[in-house]
Design a protein around this ligand. Sequence first.
Ligand code: AMP
Length: 541
Amino acid sequence: MQGLMMDYQLTMDRILEHGNRQHPRKEISTMLPNGSMHRYTYADMYRRVKRLSKALVKLGIEPGDRVATFAWNNYQHLELYYAIPGAGAVCHTLNIRLFPEQLSYIVDHAEDQIVFIDATLLPLYERIAHQITCVKHYVLLNAPPGTETKLRNVLYYEDLIADSDEDFEWRSTDENMAMGLCYTSGTTGNPKGALYSHRSMFLHTMGENSSSALGIRESDVVLPVVPQFHAMAWGLPYACVMSGAGMVMPGPHLKPEPLADMIANERVTIAAGVPSIWTALYHELKQNPRDISSMRATVVGGSAMPRALIVAYEQELNIPVVHAWGMTELSPLGTVSLLLGQHQDLSDDEKWDVKAKQGYAVPGVEMRIVDLDNKELPWDGQQMGELQVRGPWVIRQYFKRDITDDYMTEDGWFRTGDVSTIDENGIMTITDRTKDLVKSGGEWISSVELENELMAHPQVMEAAVIAVPDEKWSERPLAAVVPTPDGHNLTEADLKAFLSTRVAKFWIPETILFVEEIPKTSVGKFSKQTLRKMYAAGQLQ
Ligand code: AMP
C-alpha cells in the first residue's frame, strides 16, 4: 500500500519561493570589486532570478543543458544558482583556479552551452577560449562599459535581465532532474563530475540545516568564504535561503583583512571555509583586533582543522568551531563534529579532542569502514579502514563515466578514498587519504596527525607531511613547515624535541624543512601532490 501524501517535487525553485514569501526583506550584501557594498533583498533577488531564467529559455537553453559559471561569490552568482536550475538546466560551476588544460577539458566534457564570466576573470578564461567549441554564448557579469574581449557571441548580464520579465513558470518540474554539476579538484587523472539532482540538493539542504548539522537560522548572517565553485559553496546558498538567513558574499576579497572587516561591519554570525583561511584570519585578528562578537560559529571543512587552531579560535577569539567533513561527491556534507550530550561535562581540553575529529554522520548519510577485503570493521576507535558512505545526496556514478569498483562497491557504497576510524559513539576520525598515508617499516604513519601535532607548536603556522622513498624503511615522512612571523628562530631540532613528547618515536620525520608557503590546491587545501613533485625535482631543500 502506498502513502496518501501530496506529490510535491523537491526542487530548488521551492526553496527560492519559500525565501521570497517568508523573508522578502532579508538582505544579501556583496563586496564589489571596488570594495563598496552592493545590498539588496531576497525579493529583489527573486525578481531578477525569474527574469534570468526566462532569458535563458529565450536563448534556447533546453532541459538538462549545462550552463557554466566562472565567477566569484557574489549576488549575480547566487542568482545563477537559482536561475539556471529554474530554467530546467544544470548549473556547472567552473573552478577559476584550475590550470588552463583542466579547465578546457571540463568545459568540453560538460558540453557547456553558455558560460557566465565575471569580467574581472576574463583574462583567465580567454586563455582557453580558442580550444572550446561547445559554447554558444558568453555572458559577462560586472563588465564596465567598453570592456574589450577576444570572446565571440558576448552578451551582458544586466542586459539579459533588463530585456526579460518576471512572467515565467519554472521549468524544474521533476525533482529527479539534474540541477548542478561540480568537478572534483581530483589530484590524479582527469577531473570527474558530480551531477546533483534537485531532490538530492533539496534533501542535502534540509540535512545541512538540521540541528544535528549546521542548523542555520533566520537570525544568522552567513559569510561563505568557501568559493561557489567548491562543491556548491557547501550548499550554503540553498541552506541560507531555506532558513531565511542574511548573506554576505565576499566577491574577490578573500584576504584576511577584508574578511575580518566584513565579519565586523556586517555582524556576521557564521562564516565557512577551509582551514588555511582560518589560519590567515586568526593572525590578522591577533594583530589588528576587530569586534567579532557577532560570530556564533566558524564552519571548517575541506581538510582537517588542526586542533591547535580550534583551541586558538575557541579560547582566544571566543568563536566556536564547527568542524565538518565532506566531499564534492557528497554534495558535500557528510559528518559534523558537534559535541554530544555525553561530552558536556568534559574538560575544555577533552572537548577540543572531540572537536578535532570529523564527527558523526549527518542524518541522511550512512557510513562504514572496511578492510582491504571490503569486510566491515568494528567501531572501536582503533581499527583504521577505508571510509565508505551512502545516502540520498551521495553520487552513484560520475558524470559521463562508467561505474567502476574504484569508487563504488558491489553492494552500493561510495568509496571515499579516505582512511578513518569510527569510535563506539559513532564519531569518525580521518587518519588520511589512502594515497597520503606514510608506510614506514610496515607501519602506517598518519600524515594528518603529524601535521596536527606540528601545527600545535605555537610558532608553526602551517605544516604538511608527505611520504618520501627510503631504502631502509620503504617510506619516511618529510615535513614542510611555515613558521609564524615571530618564529624565525625556530629550528628543526626544536620541532623534533616538541614532537618527541607527542608522537611515537618512529613517526618523527628525519627531515623538517622550513618553507615560505605550503603550495595549495585550487580550493585552498595543502597540495601534497605539488610537494611530492617538488621533492622529486630536488626543489625541496
Ligand atoms: P573535495 O571534494 O575537494 O572537497 O575533497 C574531499 C576530500 O577532502 C575528502 O575526501 C577528504 O580527504 C578531505 N576532507 C574534507 N573535509 C575534511 C576534514 N574535515 N578533515 C579531513 N579531511 C577532509
